[in-house]
Structure formats: structure tokens, C-alpha cells
Design a protein around this ligand. Structure first.
Ligand code: PNS
Length: 170
């Protein structure tokens, strides 16, 4: 008799301000491991993001429009509570370099302490994205540098619209 397995749902949380090709790469790898991934945008009232939650939601949904196993949602409060509500037992986080490790270790262990049934899974992005961060993308773009190839085309167009510029060549 064929065994039915419970669909594995993973939550990929973050600020995604904005989504980079490093994030996209992790999600593409993740959908090969899990039945479904929920990209969970943190609604953080304290930070002043470049893109509003609504803009990020719309942009991220646009990028994954053709991917039926990727959902985009927002969350507030504790990540483990959100994951439990969604019946997800995996949290996916990207790990680029040693410098990410300490913060990620702290979060993973704190989340484990809060809910031992939810496992954090770390995934490495493709090498060309190991230095890419939302913060650097924003800084480079704001100062007139090119971020072509580092973010999805839709994100680049939104950055250009925000700063009312043409994307830099190259
Ligand atoms: O991409 P980011 O900004 O590094 O993502 C950080 C995020 C959203 C994963 C983290 O801040 C988070 O989970 N916040 C929700 C509040 C929470 O659960 N805090 C305790 C985590 S140890």
C-alpha cells in the first residue's frame, strides 16, 4: 500500500527589503526539498524600510507568480507562533558566510527553545550571491551603482521608480 506523507511546509522568514537574487536562489533550492514554501515578510513597526510591507508583498508575489508551491505572506509577533499557526515544522534561513553564523545560531537556538518541534534548516546560496544583501543593494543603487543581476528585474525597476532614475548600465 502506498504511504501518504504529510506535505512538508517550510517558512522562509525575513525583511526582504528588497528581495534579492540570493533570496530567490534559496527559495528555488527550497522548493526542491519541501512541498511548499511560505515566504513570510516580517511586519516590523520599528524599522523604517525602503519598501512598505504592501510593496514588498506585491513585488515578491510578482516574482514568484509562476511558482505554485511558493506563497507570500506577512507575519507579526514571534516567528515560531506564526510557523505553528501555519502548521509548518521547518524554518529556512540562508547562510552566506561565517559572519552570518553567530546571529543565525542565536535565532535558531532561541526559536528551538520557544518551540522544539520546529527545526531551522540552513541553506547556502549559489556562490555569486554569497556577498549580496538587501542592505548593500539599497546602498549601491542609491549611490548610482548597478545592481543588475543581483536582484530580480521587477525589483530593479521598483528601485528605479523609488529613486526616479534609470537603472545604471552594466
Ligand atoms: O532577514 P532578516 O531581517 O534578518 O529576518 C529576521 C527575522 C524576520 C527572521 C527575525 O527578526 C524574526 O524572526 N523576527 C520575528 C520576531 C521573533 O520571532 N523573534 C525571536 C527570534 S529569535
Amino acid at each position: 500500500m502506498q504511504q501518504r506523507h504529510t506535505p512538508r511546509l517550510a517558512v522562509y522568514p525575513g525583511s526582504f527589503d528588497p528581495l534579492t537574487n540570493g533570496h530567490v536562489d534559496i527559495i528555488q533550492r527550497g522548493v526542491r526539498l519541501f512541498d511548499r514554501i511560505v515566504i513570510a515578510l516580517l511586519v516590523n513597526r520599528e524599522k523604517a524600510p525602503l519598501f512598505s510591507v504592501e510593496e514588498r508583498l506585491e513585488l515578491t508575489r510578482e516574482v514568484f507568480r509562476a511558482e505554485p508551491n511558493v506563497e507570500v505572506d506577512t507575519f507579526d509577533g514571534l516567528l515560531v507562533d506564526y510557523a505553528r499557526r501555519r502548521r509548518a515544522n521547518v524554518i529556512v534561513r540562508g547562510l552566506r558566510a561565517i559572519s552570518d553564523f553567530e546571529y543565525e545560531l542565536q535565532m535558531a537556538l532561541m526559536n528551538r527553545r520557544l518551540n522544539d518541534e520546529i527545526e531551522t534548516v540552513f541553506m547556502m546560496p549559489a556562490e555569486p550571491y554569497t556577498y549580496v544583501s538587501s542592505r548593500l543593494v539599497k546602498e549601491v543603487f542609491a549611490l548610482g551603482g548597478s545592481v543588475a543581476g543581483l536582484v530580480p528585474a521587477a525589483v530593479e525597476a521598483r528601485l528605479a521608480a523609488k529613486y526616479q532614475t534609470q537603472p545604471a548600465a552594466g
